[in-house]
Design a protein around this ligand. Structure first.
Ligand SMILES: CC(C)(COP(=O)(O)OP(=O)(O)OC[C@H]1O[C@@H](n2cnc3c(N)ncnc32)[C@H](O)[C@@H]1OP(=O)(O)O)[C@@H](O)C(=O)NCCC(=O)NCCS
Length: 243
């Protein structure tokens, strides 16, 4: 059962504890996304969800997700550049009074001890149905391909074409979406851009970065470049559209 986060404050502590490990620290330091996140909380609190079994209680928090409504004309050309750009479009369109027609599923996390059991499929189906029922007929996502961490040197446009012998995507998170009927729309090579000092990056990644150059970092989907005392990481994602 999907419940809006605002209706279940008793699950908040549990949620921040169990979902914290889902993402690397550096992902929370995207300056563009930060610029819009407060207004996102203010304008779209009803698009943040917890997934619980029918009897809600903290120990039964299964998963969580959130998204934003945007206006999108259905073409690849009109897709936001990625995660941060979708957030920016949602906020600025809301302020301009633009009517949204599309739900962008921005992030999803399944409780670690419940992963690999199809919970994500329940979550995606529930949130997709909710979006459609509320008038957002198109559902898209700039998804963070989880296995890309093993292939940080591979271009995202190439990575998204990789399949297993059964024809399904090699990437497990992309596979879950495709199994539910999603189609791959396009790569989002610059979905998020994160910059920081060398000291910031050493703290965020837990590794020493002694010289300028290119580094493979833990949980990075691409590499980190250090130049002139600044580290820059550009996160590639994949745009998918649900049926
Ligand atoms: C990505 C995520 C949401 C998928 O949720 P899920 O409920 O585990 O998804 P599924 O059960 O559909 O599993 C998808 C595939 O990954 C595999 N898998 C998932 N978790 C696994 C784990 N911990 N160990 C091994 N395999 C795992 C599954 O076996 C499945 O592969 P299959 O297609 O061969 O069956 C979840 O792993 C998660 O919360 N990750 C951390 C946050 C994150 O990265 N979110 C996505 C970016 S927003």
């Amino acid at each position: 059962m999907l419940i809006p986060v605002a209706e279940a404050p008793e699950l908040d502590d549990e949620a921040s504890r169990v979902f914290a490990e889902g993402w690397p620290e550096f992902i929370f330091h995207d300056a563009l996304a930060k610029q819009y996140s407060e207004r996102r909380d203010q304008y779209f609190p009803h698009w943040n969800f917890y997934l619980v079994p029918d009897e809600a209680s903290p120990e039964w928090l299964l998963a969580g997700c959130w998204g934003v409504p945007i206006a999108w004309d259905g073409t690849v050309a009109d897709l936001p550049g990625g995660y941060s750009d979708a957030l920016a479009r949602a906020v600025t369109s809301y302020e301009a009074g633009v009517e949204p027609n599309t739900f962008v599923l921005m992030a999803a996390a399944v409780r670690p001890n419940q992963q690999g059991r199809g919970v994500a499929a329940q979550l995606i189906t529930a949130v997709r149905d909710r979006a459609v029922a509320q008038g957002l007929a198109q559902v898209i996502a700039p998804l963070r391909p989880t296995l890309k961490t093993r292939y940080p040197l591979t271009d995202i446009a190439t990575y998204l074409t990789w399949t297993r012998p059964d024809g399904l995507p090699l990437d497990p998170w992309l596979r879950t979406h495709v199994r539910l009927g999603a189609t791959v729309l396009a790569p989002a090579p610059a979905s998020q851009t994160i910059t920081g000092s060398v000291a910031d990056w050493e703290k965020w990644t837990g590794i020493a970065l002694p010289s300028p150059g290119t580094y493979v970092i833990p949980a990075g989907l691409s590499t980190l470049t250090i130049a002139d005392g600044t580290g820059t990481y550009v996160e590639p994602n994949i745009w998918v559209r649900h049926a």
